[in-house]
Ligand binder design. Structure first.
Ligand code: ATP
Ligand code: MG
Length: 582
C-alpha cells in the first residue's frame, strides 16, 4: 500500500471529547471516527487492526472445535418474553418496531436466539456436546458510552454458546474456552488477569472475566498472591468478628434534627461511622426489604442481586420510602419495622452492641442499639464491597487491587435458558431433560482500545506484531530523488514478496512529518531511505528500540533482510513501557 493512496487522516490534536489516551491516539492516528455517542466508523487502518484481532479470536475458537455461524442482529421480542428478559434486561436494550408495530430488539446478546434455534433441532444427548460462535455487532444503549470503542453502543463481539448433557461435559468445554481466551491474550502480548466474576443479567452459576491490565481500566480487581482473584462486583473476604467496645446500654431515642447521612450522624453524635448501622430500603420481585450494613462499609449491589437471586433488585426511591414508612430515607432503621419487611444484614453488623440507627421518625435516631435484642435479623449475607487490605477469603492475607479492562467473559449458564425456552433432549437414561449450556463473550472492538491503552508511549501507539496495521513502513524521504524512489520501491516490493504487510510512505511531505506519523500510527519497523543512500546505506528503526541501525545495501538486500529478522524477533512493546517508567 502506498501512503499517498491510503485514507489515514492523522491529526495533531485529539477532539476534546476523547476521554482516554487510547481513543485519543486511535482518532489522531486515523483509525476511527466518531459518528455519535458510542458509535464509531472504522477507517482503513482501524478495520485492518480489527480484522487481525478478529482473526486471532476466530483461529482460537476453531482450534477448540467451536463452529462459526451468523445469527440475525434483529431479534423478535417474543423470544425475550419467554425468558422474561424483555423486561429484566433493562434500558440498555435497544428496542424498535416494524411497520406492523411488532417489537424487536437490536441484539445485546444472543442466548434467546441460539436456544430457540436448537430447541427445534436437538433431540438426543448423542448430538452433544458442541459449541457454536459468531462474530457480529451487538447493541447496548449504555447509560454512559465512553472510552471510545471500549464502552460503545454498537460494538463487535464474539459470542459462543455450548451445549451439554452433563455438568462434567460443561466443565470440560468451559476449560477449553478459558484456555483459548488466555491464548488470545498471550498471542497479542498483553498483561492480563483472570478473575472470578458476577454473572449479572446473563445468569448462571460460575463465571470468569479476562481483564487487560491498564491504569485507567474501568474494572477494579482484587487479587492475592495465593491465586485468588475476583472483580470488585464479586469479591469476597474472610470475615473476622470485631466486637464494639463497652457494654450495651438501654435503647434511647435522640434528636438528630438534620442528620441524614452516616457522616452527618457521626459528627452530630460524635460517634465513629463504624458504630452506625446504615439502613437501606430495597425493592425486588417479592416487594420491599431492608438491608443493613455497618456505616464504614459500602454495600455491593451486584452481590445483593446475586444473593437474592433477583436481578430486578433496586434501591427504593425517597418517595417510595416515604409512602411505605412515612419517614424520609435518612431516618430509616430496623427497630420497630412492620413485620412484612424482611431484615437482611451484612456480616459487618455482627459485633455491634452500642450502635446508632435511624429511629423511623423524622429528626430522630436510636442510640445503644443491640441487634438481636432490639430487632431480629431474618438473614445474614456477605454484601459488602471488598476493599484492598481486607483479608483474602482463601488464605487470609491482605488483598491487593488493580485496574483492568474486561475483554472476555465466560459463563456456566446451566439450564437457565433451556428450561425456560423448552430446550429438551433425551438423555442417556431415556429421560427428557433440558440441555446444559455455557456462553462465552469476547469484546473484539474493545480489545483494540485495550491494546492501545496498555501499549503506547508519548509518541503514539506501539502495536504488537499480531495486531499491527502494517509490519513495516518504507519511508522514502524524497520520492523526487530518482535513486531514493527506485531503492524504496525495490525494498517495498521485496518485503511484499516476503508476505509482510508493508506501507510505502511516498507522500510529498517533510521526512519529520513522516517519522511522526509512523510513530503515532505505531508501525513496528521503519526503513528510511534518505540522505545516506549516496553512501549505499539505509536505516532501520524498530518502534521498540531507541536507536536506528544503518545497513549497507552495496551488496544487495541480504543485510536488510537479516536486520529485519533480528529487529522483529527482538520486537517487544512492553520493553518501551518499562523504559518510560524508569
Ligand atoms: P461490562 O461489565 O464491561 O459492561 P458485560 O459484563 O456487560 O461488560 P458481557 O455481556 O459479558 O459484558 O459481554 C461480553 C464482552 O463484550 C465483554 O467482556 C466486553 O469485552 C464486550 N462488551 C460489553 N459491553 C461492551 C460495550 N458497551 N462496548 C464494547 N464492548 C463491550
Ligand atoms: Mg455491560
Amino acid at each position: 500500500m502506498r501512503f499517498s493512496q491510503l485514507y489515514a487522516p492523522t491529526l495533531k490534536e485529539a477532539p476534546s471529547d476523547a476521554d482516554l489516551v487510547s481513543i485519543k491516539l486511535l482518532i489522531r492516528g486515523g483509525f476511527l471516527r466518531k459518528v455519535a455517542a458510542g458509535i464509531y466508523t472504522f477507517l482503513p487502518l482501524g478495520l485492518k487492526v480489527l480484522k487481525k484481532v478478529e482473526e486471532i479470536v476466530r483461529q482460537e475458537m476453531n482450534a477448540i472445535g467451536s463452529q462459526e455461524i451468523l445469527m440475525p442482529i434483529i431479534q423478535p421480542a417474543e423470544l425475550w418474553h419467554e425468558t422474561g428478559r424483555w423486561d429484566d434486561y433493562g434500558p440498555e436494550m435497544m428496542k424498535l418496531q416494524d411497520r406492523h408495530e411488532r417489537f424487536f430488539t437490536l441484539g445485546p446478546t444472543h442466548e434467546e436466539i441460539i436456544t430457540h434455534i436448537l430447541r427445534n433441532e436437538l433431540k438426543s444427548y448423542k448430538q452433544l456436546p458442541f459449541s457454536l460462535y459468531q462474530i457480529a455487532m451487538k447493541y447496548r444503549d449504555e447509560i454512559r458510552p465512553r472510552f471510545g470503542v471500549m464502552r460503545s453502543r454498537e460494538f463487535l463481539m464474539k459470542d459462543a454458546y455450548s451445549f451439554h448433557d452433563s455438568w462434567d461435559s460443561l466443565d470440560d468445554t468451559y476449560r477449553d474456552f478459558y484456555g483459548a481466551y488466555s491464548k488470545i491474550l498471550e498471542r497479542i502480548g498483553l498483561d492480563f488477569l483472570v478473575v472470578e466474576a458476577d454473572s449479572g443479567a446473563i445468569g448462571g452459576n460460575e463465571s470468569h472475566e479476562f481483564n487487560v491490565l491498564a491504569k485507567y481500566g474501568e474494572s477494579t480487581l482484587l487479587y492475592c498472591d495465593c491465586g485468588y482473584a475476583a472483580s470488585d462486583e464479586k469479591a469476597e473476604y474472610r470475615f473476622e468478628l470485631r466486637e464494639q467496645q463497652g457494654e450495651s446500654g438501654t435503647l434511647e431515642s435522640v434528636a438528630t434534627p438534620s442528620s441524614r447521612t452516616v457522616e452527618d450522624v457521626s459528627s452530630f453524635l460524635g460517634v465513629n461511622a463504624g458504630d452506625i448501622i446504615k439502613s437501606l430500603i430495597y425493592k425486588g420481585r417479592k416487594g420491599y426489604f431492608i438491608v443493613l450494613i455497618r456505616g464504614d462499609e459500602e454495600l455491593n449491589e451486584s452481590k445483593l442481586k446475586a444473593a437474592m437471586n433477583d436481578q430486578t433488585v433496586v434501591m427504593a426511591t425517597p418517595q417510595e420510602v416515604m409512602e411505605l414508612l412515612k419517614v424520609p430515607t435518612g431516618f430509616v432503621g430496623p427497630v420497630g419495622l412492620p413485620e412484612e419487611i424482611r431484615i437482611i444484614s451484612d456480616y459487618s453488623i455482627k459485633g455491634l452492641k452500642n450502635a446508632v440507627c435511624g429511629a423511623l421518625k423524622e429528626g430522630y435516631h436510636y442510640r445503644s442499639v443491640l441487634p438481636g435484642r432490639d430487632f431480629e435479623i431474618d438473614e445474614w449475607l456477605d454484601l459488602k464491597m471488598v476493599r484492598p487490605g481486607d483479608s483474602c477469603p482463601k488464605c487470609g492475607t491482605p488483598l491487593k487491587s488493580a485496574k483492568g479492562i474486561e475483554v472476555g467473559h465466560i459463563f456456566k449458564l446451566g439450564m437457565k435458558y433451556s428450561e425456560k425456552m423448552n430446550g429438551y433432549i433425551t438423555d442417556a437414561q431415556g429421560r427428557n431433560s433440558p440441555y446444559i449450556m455455557g456462553c462465552y463473550g469476547w469484546g473484539v472492538s474493545r480489545t483494540i482500545g485495550a491494546i492501545v491503552e496498555q501499549l503506547h508511549d508519548k509518541d503514539g501507539i506501539i502495536w504488537p506484531l499480531e495486531a499491527c496495521p502494517f509490519h513495516i513502513v518504507v519511508t522514502a524521504v524524497n520520492m523526487k530523488d530518482e535513486s531514493i524512489a527506485r531503492t524504496s520501491l525495490e525494498i517495498y516490493n521485496l518485503l511484499k514478496s516476503k508476505n509482510f504487510d508493508v506501507l510505502l510512505d511516498d507522500r510529498e511531505i517533510s521526512p519529520g512529518m513522516k517519522f511522526k506519523d509512523a510513530d503515532l500510527i505505531g508501525i513496528p519497523l521503519r526503513i528510511t531511505v534518505g540522505k545516506k543512500l549516496s553512501e549505499g546505506v539505509i536505516e532501520i528503526k524498530s518502534r521498540t528500540e531507541a536507536k536506528s541501525v544503518s545497513v549497507s545495501i552495496d551488496n544487495g538486500y541480504e543485510a536488510v533482510s537479516l536486520e529485519i529478522e533480528r529487529a522483529l524477533s527482538a520486537y517487544n512493546p512492553k520493553s518501551v513501557l518499562k523504559l518510560e517508567e524508569e
